[in-house]
Design a protein around this ligand. Structure first.
Ligand code: PNS
Length: 166
């Protein structure tokens, strides 16, 4: 049984993430989408871990071999606990590669796990959750960038945040 983890912070999940999850689901028998914490981004968090997991469960319902789980701490600890030896990461452009290579090498030094890099579809090469949030915050149209299940929640959460700031 070939099993892989697709990790990320998914705040929010974008169509680019779904593209990578779909590719992983074709390559592996089982895929666990692991919703974690990126310490570098945690201050700008929009959705709680539970909300992101619920969004991903809805979006991934289309893939029968994909499940969703949350994790805190090291990704490699999650991999060991779930007996997973492959991490799937999407590459949008060469600029992703330096950082992703460093993380892949660190992860494989911590546990018996390898990282498989999957190039994203070119139509998503500019897509990032942080940019989606910024564009949506200023009223830009992100309807083609996030799954329809997530769009309403994104708009509502940003409106709540804007009201809090007033
Ligand atoms: O979607 P992101 O924000 O790029 O996801 C990054 C994430 C959550 C996969 C990464 O930050 C991570 O693996 N965090 C868990 C902590 C960890 O294992 N850190 C060491 C990485 S070498």
């Amino acid at each position: 049984m070939r099993r892989a983890v697709c990790p990320g912070s998914f705040d929010p999940v974008t169509n680019g993430h779904v593209d990578i999850i779909a590719r992983a689901a074709r390559l592996f028998d089982e895929v666990v989408v692991a919703v974690g914490v990126n310490k570098g981004k945690s201050r700008a968090r929009l959705f709680t871990s539970e909300e992101r997991m619920a969004q991903l469960e809805e979006v991934c319902a289309a893939f029968p071999n994909v499940t969703v789980a949350g994790f805190e701490g090291l990704l490699t600890d999650f991999c060991v606990a779930h007996d997973v030896h492959a991490i799937v990461k999407g590459l949008r452009a060469v600029t992703d590669f330096d950082y992703e290579l460093q993380m892949a090498q660190m992860n494989s030094s911590l546990a018996d796990v390898d990282t498989v890099f999957v190039p994203c579809s070119p139509e998503y090469s500019f897509l990032a959750s942080s940019l989606v949030k910024e564009v949506a915050t200023f009223g830009g149209d992100v309807s083609g960038l996030v799954p329809p299940e997530v769009l309403g929640q994104l708009t509502a959460r940003l409106a709540e945040r804007a009201a809090e700031e007033d």
